[in-house]
Design a protein around this ligand. Structure first.
Ligand SMILES: [Zn+2]
Length: 522
């Protein structure tokens, strides 16, 4: 039996307006829905479609209507126009549709798919998510007992370029100026460290467009936290490495030079073509975790590892040791996922178990420390979620396609709802990009209004002094300046109010009026 549900998020409707989400009955009218549906699985628990083409613009428009109504300060309206242009030039409006599905499988996992339809191809910041799908190279570095693996195609040089172009096209002068100044400072700092001319763009161009995170749990060691009133707490001993694909050793050399400046006692070692440099970290003697960070470079990757032993394990694995791809759990979790992609993630059941048991121990300890205190709503919801989601592993692959991005995932929870939420998050990024400019524009407008008030007060005092023949130093009261309720007398129609909430001091004759908000007469 087909169970076909189209869930409508009230929040999205609220933000995106009625055109933002298609209800089931409207769907046939939208031919783009069929294109998205083709990428997804019908008949599952969840089936979501969001018309992002109109949705994202609608979100900006809705925010504009509510935050900057007709007759609002022109600088505020300008802020929203800029946000609109910025989203356009960052390429975020090129996302036309977002869809997601989740089908529960016999093994208890949900097979989730989400598709972001970008028919004209990825533009702006979306270009930084890599090129054609490929096999996961970094997987060769992940030891067989890896509990957490995440490798993502991300081109930071393209991202920087897209933001710069976006700012240029949006004619957002203040932000452009700030970015140029910031970049200038970064370039100067980089050149200073490198000892040769180096720009941020140059440094980013030396990267290979992929970032990977690998973590393991030591089966023989546990981190003991003795100082808990509920008795000793312990959790599995974590070890991790961050790998950044590189074209050359620019990043590594920058890191070594920066670290050497602070502590010249440490030196580089070279072993089998791998350059290594330990990071001196002062750790108190009774600290329960042995952190000995090390950076390294092997020609293909820059590494940052929590312990040199773990770095060695990673490097040995890459030289033909047993890797994650051969692990039974990994094979099982990725069996129905594509081999070629642009982002690969894996979390083992062991990791999920450790997280659940650590949170449970922590919560138990918390309730023993505060037996009389009622649990907060957040604590209750964390516990409930822990009990609800089965302790299973998860894996996902993102595939770059010509007309969009496809993400496939096997997960213990139903993640399909994450896709439309991601859409909102993207719109949120746009809003976040716009908000600093918006706030700045509003602050400037408020200061100008306050200054105008001060100028009016100053003018009123001058007229009062002339008419009443007051000398310098004579006291002035509000009653002397403000017109009576019937409009007679006075020099100001009503008491001025500072838009920033400041308090005015009229001052004596010969003094300038002031405001506590900091605005001042020139
Ligand atoms: Zn003021």
């Amino acid at each position: 039996m087909m169970r076909h549900t189209v869930r409508v998020l009230a929040l999205l409707c609220l933000l995106a307006g009625p055109a933002g989400i298609s209800r089931a009955e409207n769907v046939p009218a939208n031919p783009r829905f069929a294109e998205v549906a083709q990428k997804l699985d019908a008949g599952g628990e969840t089936y979501v479609y969001m018309n992002a083409k109109d949705g994202m613009r609608n979100i900006v428009r809705t925010l504009r209507t509510s935050l900057a109504p007709e007759g609002a300060d022109p600088s505020v309206i300008r802020g929203f126009d800029l946000a609109d242009k910025m989203l356009e030039s960052l390429g975020l409006y090129s996302i036309e549709d977002v869809g997601a599905s989740a089908v529960r499988q016999p093994n208890g996992l949900y097979h989730c798919k989400s598709y972001v339809r970008i028919p004209e191809g990825r533009k702006g910041v979306l270009k930084c998510l890599g090129g054609a799908p490929h096999a996961c190279e970094a997987l060769k570095y992940a030891p067989e007992d890896t509990v957490l693996f995440w490798s993502e195609d991300v081109d930071l040089a393209t991202l920087l370029e897209a933001v710069q172009t976006g700012l240029q096209e949006s004619q957002f002068q203040e932000a452009q100026g700030m970015l140029l100044m910031g970049l200038g400072q970064v370039d100067t700092a980089l050149t200073g460290i490198a000892g040769k001319s180096l720009t941020l763009k140059g440094a980013l161009d030396s990267l290979g467009g992929e970032i990977t995170f690998i973590a393991g749990l030591d089966p023989l060691k546990r981190v003991q936290v003795p100082a808990s009133p509920a008795g000793p707490l312990s959790f599995a001993y974590p070890k991790a490495v961050l790998m950044v694909r590189t074209k050359d050793a620019t990043l590594y050399e920058l890191a070594v030079k920066t670290l050497s400046m602070h502590d010249p006692s440490t030196t580089e070692t070279v072993e089998g073509g791998v350059r290594k440099f330990s990071i001196p970290v002062p750790i108190p003697p009774d600290f329960p975790y042995e952190l000995k960070p090390v950076i390294a470079q092997n020609g293909q990757y820059f590494f940052l590892a929590t312990q040199p032993e773990y770095l060695n394990q990673i490097l040995e694995t890459s030289r033909g040791g047993k890797n994650l791809a051969g692990a039974a759990e990994y094979k099982e979790l990725t069996a129905n996922l594509p081999q070629q992609g642009n982002s690969f993630s894996f979390a083992s059941k062991r990791f999920a178990q450790e997280v659940v048991s650590a949170v449970e121990t922590f919560m138990k300890a918390l309730s023993e420390i505060q037996p009389h205190q009622r649990w907060s709503a957040m604590q209750v919801s964390i516990l409930r979620n822990l009990q609800k989601v089965p302790v299973l592993g998860s894996a996902s692959v993102r595939v770059n396609e010509a007309g969009g991005l496809l993400v496939l995932k096997n997960s213990p929870g139903n993640d399909a709802m994450a896709a439309p939420l991601a859409g909102v998050a993207v719109a949120g990024i746009g809003a976040a990009v716009a908000v600093p400019g918006f706030i700045k524009a509003r602050t400037t407008a408020q200061r100008n209004t306050c200054r105008e008030n001060l100028a009016k007060m100053d003018g009123a005092k001058e007229q009062l002094a002339l008419e009443k023949n007051l000398k310098e130093g004579a006291e002035v009261k509000w009653e002397d300046l403000i017109a009576a309720p019937d409009g007679s007398g006075g020099y100001l129609r009503k008491t001025p109010v500072c838009p920033k909430g400041g308090t005015y001091t009229i001052g004596k004759i010969g003094e300038v009026p002031t405001c506590t908000c900091g605005a001042r007469l020139p």
